[in-house]
Design a protein around this ligand. Structure first.
Ligand code: FAD
Length: 399
């Protein structure tokens, strides 16, 4: 029965784009086991895991894929293993072939640089490629993909949850036993449901990113460089085709006073990092980087990935949390699809606290420390004199 329904359904990414259509999806297909809002690594890894378990999954994204996403694309060794767990060998082989193995970590601070070894099996990937590969695999397992389509949680009834979807000017309400919100920082899909809306932390930094075609030769392929200053930090990595990806976390005031280009240049100049001279780049911003939803599970809704909580700084942990969360939410969603009871939400929250939130604590401490000049100075001296310290931190993040 399920197989027949899947055969009848065509690729919804093309079905959704004809303006003359009255509905996005025929009414007979508008009830699912699970609707996932957001096809980043969190949403698509959940789609893969749930489709493998035989659930009827609809994955929705606001953007047309492949799409660009503000991200350095650094996968640590754990993220690499999770990707290998999710994808078939041929897809993984191509992705790693197109990506750059990370070998060295350069820290710039106070006109000094410390080169550190990083051979833990991490990669710098192109996020548009990585996210598309995950979505394609979810589709090959029977999940349907609707994009570009904007989705928002809507009022529910006692049996099913509802999602309001707008694609190409056509609006429709779709229903599912369970909804997963995986819509990233800012969680724009929470609609009127305040418990799922994100609250940024006080003084949270804002993210900006740009891709450079010309840059100093000191930024080599396989290097991850980080310039640290008192108003933020800047991370730089090659992302293939001889392009340099620059991502920065900036104090809001620095961004307002100087704009992204000068704020980034100021940090790099003061840290002693080779400066970027190309000026015709497009900077893209992000919502506040440290933010959390008040509730991550309630009444047949689960929140995962950045939409649940994100904590800077950029340590290559964000993608790991997103993938771990997408895979780890599956057993709770399967239980909920069989019948909801509030214990499922309690169990999911406990699992999240013990796994993802526990690791986010380390990043919160690091973030607080990096904002204080004295802590930055001590950390820099310690790393300079005892590079083995960095080894143990890098191993921790890859464990
Ligand atoms: C500047 C920057 C650099 C970073 N660098 C790194 C790094 O090097 N390594 C690392 O591990 N992590 C990094 N991160 C963190 C990492 O990018 C995130 O943690 C990760 O992308 C989270 O995945 P996600 O699936 O939760 O959300 P996202 O990847 O943000 O995906 C959310 C998806 O939801 C869609 N969406 C949003 N709203 C709606 C809606 N209403 N309807 C339908 N679809 C919607 C969006 O289009 C998007 O495709 C960085 C973050 C930033 C901001």
């Amino acid at each position: 029965m399920q197989t027949l329904a899947r055969t009848v359904r065509a690729d919804l990414s093309s079905l959704a784009t004809t303006p003359s259509q009255q509905s996005i999806i025929s009414n007979s297909l508008s009830h699912r086991d699970v609707i996932i809002i957001g096809a980043g690594p969190a949403g698509s890894s959940a789609a893969i895991t749930l489709a493998k378990s035989g659930l009827d999954v609809l994955l929705i994204d606001a953007k047309k894929f492949p799409r660009r996403k503000a991200c350095g694309g650094c996968l640590n060794a754990v993220s690499v293993r999770l990707m290998e767990q999710l994808l078939p060998e041929s897809a993984i082989h191509k992705l790693w072939n197109d990506s750059i193995p990370l070998k060295k970590f350069h820290v710039f601070h106070n006109q000094r640089s410390i080169p550190l070894e990083m051979n833990q099996g991490g990669f710098a990937v192109d996020r548009s490629q990585m996210d598309s590969v995950l979505v394609e695999h979810a589709k090959s397992l029977g999940a349907e993909f609707l994009s570009p389509a904007m989705a928002k949680l809507a009022a529910c009834d006692s049996q099913l949850r509802a999602v309001e979807v707008v694609a190409n000017g056509v609006a429709q309400t779709l229903h599912a036993k369970v909804i997963i919100m995986a819509c990233g920082l800012g969680n724009r899909a929470a609609g009127p449901f305040e418990q799922f809306q994100q609250t940024p932390a006080q003084n949270s930094r804002l993210g900006v990113e740009a891709v450079f075609d010309t840059f100093p030769t000191e930024y080599r392929s396989g290097d991850l460089s980080m310039a640290i200053g008192n108003r933020g930090y800047v991370g730089l990595t090659h992302i293939g085709n001889d392009r340099l990806h620059v991502a920065a976390a900036l104090d809001r005031t620095a961004l307002q006073e100087m704009g992204p280009h000068i704020a980034v240049d100021n940090i790099m100049r003061k840290a002693g990092a080779p400066r970027l001279t190309q000026t015709d780049v497009t900077w893209r911003g992000t919502p506040p980087l440290t933010a959390r939803a008040a509730s991550i599970a309630d009444d047949r809704v689960f929140v995962i990935g950045d939409a649940a909580r994100y904590v800077e700084p950029f340590t290559g942990e964000g993608l790991r949390w997103a993938l771990e969360n997408g895979i780890g939410v599956a057993p709770f969603v399967i239980s909920a699809a069989n019948g909801w009871h509030s214990q499922i939400a309690d169990n999911y929250c406990r699992w999240y606290r013990q796994t993802i939130a526990a690791r986010q604590k380390l990043c919160r401490r690091l973030s607080r420390g990096l904002k204080r000049a004295s802590v930055r100075w001590v950390a820099h001296q310690a790393l300079r004199l005892h590079p083995a310290l960095a080894d143990s931190i890098i191993k921790q993040l890859n464990s």
